[in-house]
Write a protein that binds this ligand. Structure first.
Ligand code: 13P
Ligand code: SF4
Length: 303
């Protein structure tokens, strides 16, 4: 990436100077993912690695809820997000008050909250989950009725894996994955009859039904790494294909994919500025943080 060489060199030096680590989500662009990132992965891996790091500063190359999760797990470290506006349609879809009202409506039913939510919403929850562990988290509760919020499609796709549990959900959607249709998948299969289709469980169930496999971003990357299909379509955010394609040049990656405008707010110049100016620092009201941390820690304890 010669065009970014100046920023990359500066970021590497700033990381050493500030004892900083960069955690990057799989949806970051390749020039971030393959150069300055120390740890890359899905939401679950980034949360786990946030606990392990001994850096003083964590730069989260991802969206705001991921930076908040890192801060929850590292209250004494500086956590920076390079663009404070990097949000998420799922996190926007529900408030802490909404969760309190759901609890009043379904007394005693445990609340499983997707990590794609604000710390205030996590604080009202019993336990968090990601797309990589939703089934295990629900099973760990040993109940036959559970509220899974706010992603309606993740809840429905997970419900298919836990047939003995009734799942009450919320009408939140990922603006990137809700746009995929079964026709998109049929069209790609028509063009490439041998294509292997991998979908993210934030996509609607009728889309997942057309895919060969559904899993978190790490689940999809692992599938390609293990099976090395000749041709694959990753029905998810576009940078995912670019990042995995760089690792397996023998695999052909075909579309459809959609861009996440929030993830794309993070750029190398903004990461450089974040380190130079120690901004934008993530802070969480301590009263909220304490309860939200519990929900995240309970999730991390599920293996
Ligand atoms: P995972 O990386 O956990 O699969 O999450 C996907 C996503 O949309 C994160 O914003
Ligand atoms: Fe949120 Fe979807 Fe973007 Fe992930 S891809 S940050 S779930 S809007």
């Amino acid at each position: 990436w010669p065009v970014f060489a100046g920023d990359i060199e500066a970021i590497l030096a700033l990381k050493r100077e500030h004892n900083a680590v960069i955690l990057a989500h799989n949806y970051q662009t390749p020039e971030i993912f393959h150069t300055v990132a120390d740890i890359v992965g899905d939401s679950l891996a980034l949360a786990r690695e946030a606990v392990n790091t001994d850096a003083d500063v964590i730069v989260l190359a991802g969206v705001h809820f991921m930076a908040e999760t890192a801060k929850l797990l590292n209250p004494n470290k500086t956590v920076l997000i390079p663009d404070a506006e990097a949000g998420c349609s799922l996190a926007e879809s529900i408030t802490a008050e909404d969760v309190r009202q759901l609890r009043a409506r379904y007394p005693g039913v445990p609340v499983v909250t997707y990590v794609n939510t604000s710390a205030a919403v996590k604080a009202e929850s019993d336990i968090c989950c990601t797309s990589g562990n939703a089934k295990k988290v629900i099973e760990s509760l040993g109940v036959n009725r559970v509220i899974v919020l706010p992603d309606e499609f993740l809840a429905q796709n997970t419900a298919a894996q836990v047939p003995n549990v009734e799942i009450i959900t919320w009408a939140g959607h990922c603006e990137v994955h809700e746009r995929f249709t079964p026709e998109d998948i049929r069209a790609v299969r028509e063009s490439y009859p041998d294509v292997v289709v991998l979908a993210h469980p934030e996509a609607p169930p009728e889309v997942v039904a057309e895919a060969d496999f559904a899993g978190s971003t790490a689940g999809m990357a692992d599938y390609v790494g293990e099976k090395r299909p000749a041709r694959v379509a990753l029905v998810t955010e576009c940078s995912m294909s670019d990042n995995v394609a760089a690792l397996y040049p023998e695999v052909e990656f075909v579309r459809p994919c959609n861009l996440c405008p929030h993830m794309k707010r993070i750029t190398l110049p903004k990461i450089r500025q974040a380190l130079e100016q120690r901004r934008h620092e993530v802070t969480i009201d301590p009263a909220v943080a304490e309860r939200a941390r519990l929900a995240v820690e309970r999730m991390l304890a599920v293996r």
